[in-house]
Design a protein around this ligand. Sequence first.
Ligand SMILES: Cc1cc2nc3c(=O)[nH]c(=O)nc-3n(C[C@H](O)[C@H](O)[C@H](O)COP(=O)(O)OP(=O)(O)OC[C@H]3O[C@@H](n4cnc5c(N)ncnc54)[C@H](O)[C@@H]3O)c2cc1C
Length: 390
Amino acid sequence: MNNDYLAWPFFDTFHRTFVRDFWQWAASELPKYEDDDGGDGKAAREIFQRLGIGQWLDNSISRSGGAKGDKLDLRTICLMREILGYRSAIADVAFSEPWLAIMPVALFGSEKVKRELLPRYLRGEMLPAFALSEPDAGSDAASIETRAQLDGDHYVIRGRKTWTSNSGLADVYVVFARTGDVPDATGISAFLVEGRLPGILLEKRVAVLSPHTVGTLHFDNVRVSADRLLGGPGQGFKIAMTVLGLFRPTVGAAALGFARRAMDEAIARSTERVAFKKPICEHQLIQAKLADMAIKVDASALLVYRASWMHDVGESRITREAAIAKLQATEAAQEVVDQALQIFGGLGVAKGMVVERLYRHVRAYRIFDGTSEIQKLIIAKDILQEHRPA
Ligand SMILES: Cc1cc2nc3c(=O)[nH]c(=O)nc-3n(C[C@H](O)[C@H](O)[C@H](O)COP(=O)(O)OP(=O)(O)OC[C@H]3O[C@@H](n4cnc5c(N)ncnc54)[C@H](O)[C@@H]3O)c2cc1C
């Protein structure tokens, strides 16, 4: 992968050194893992543990592993996900799903909860999962129906969560549930729920195109201590939207990694494969494809790193920029991977080829963390808000 873009003004010396070191780690550790792990989550868990042992998870909280006053550096997360996406989809899943789930703790947890959970997460010993979506509430997350009823000094959680990554495997779930009778987003709270508690049942696993271990969980009268409430009653929707907003540029970054890999594969193949007595890269229609891919990759990178840079330099809101980055980079990656596969001809659809895997793995990225349609609604709402008469 060409790292010339690290000279862009979005980055500083920390990022350049980080990329050099993380590349080396990824190149030596990740080839041991198959990208399609059979959906049992074992390989992903092992990669997560290795990220902890290598102290790479420290960078996922801040530049110095959560030292006081040191903030989350979103560019580092994006660089990590881009490299992981380039090398291995399962490694990206292994890192990113727990990261989404630890962010509510890192950003909204009490000092006591942070002291308890963050060190275990940083060592790769505690796998967290994010449980928001339900069978009848995906894009419209404010309409979730799972309830948490106060009973003395405990809450009793009842309901179903679906598409939960690492379902049945996680040590802790961040569960979003309704407290009180308010029917809208302000009635939602977030809870930390230990995975081993009685009443948490894995109803089913759903096999998907990518190496995500997703499933449906039933919370059947699960009792959690009232001090496991994150951020206070009614703060759940705000917590979910804040971390999903931060996740967006990083999803784009992983898709960017897929796109860069597809492009590298396509360039190599196009210089080797001969048709009509010359390498296919000498045919202008193949050159047009390579040019289109390069434009899409550059546009995605600029938007992903603009959004993450804005966060890191202290912009209070990056709602629109994060949605633009996620939408552009995931849609563009799908197109780049498709073009790369086309350049491989029949070989492109052969099982086990890198482009075949990328073709399957990139697809879900246009769906989770808000579908492409939902990103457009977020972007349009933000534009219209700005132009509303005072
Ligand atoms: C691999 C994978 C991993 C996931 N991991 C997690 C996880 O760890 N935790 C978690 O909580 N969830 C997770 N999800 C769930 C994911 O966030 C949802 O799938 C996503 O939000 C979409 O919800 P839905 O599937 O219910 O689709 P729906 O909301 O039913 O949408 C169906 C279609 O309608 C469109 N649509 C909906 N509303 C509108 C509208 N207003 N205007 C125009 N179009 C609209 C959507 O864009 C989509 O095309 C995961 C999903 C996948 C596929």
